[in-house]
Design a protein around this ligand. Sequence first.
Ligand code: ZN
Length: 122
Amino acid sequence: MTTDIDPAWTTEELSSIRDGLVLAAERLRAEIAILDTASAQAVSASTLEVLHDEIDVASHRSELMQDAVQLENATAILEQTEHVLARLDLGLYGVCERCSAAIGRPRLEAFPRATLCMTCVA
Ligand SMILES: [Zn+2]
């Protein structure tokens, strides 16, 4: 039985994984830039007291909250993506950063940004 052994990633596989991560990072940076601009504009709008209606202010606030949550999520995912890219460049893609065990292909295929094995995540 050799099915449990994690075969080494081929150069082609690593290069396509890397491309996917780089692309994801670019998309996240673009998304963060848009969210940043949106929240900056929202701040200047409220400073100018453009919104007088209470309902408008309330819905505007909830939009701001959503943007803030999205911005936080996108920033966290971008950090994780850059972290995985750095590990990939060190030749450590698919290696658990806590116990150094192989993370395993099925998990990495489902979560290409995983840096911990199932045991360490649990
Ligand atoms: Zn581990």
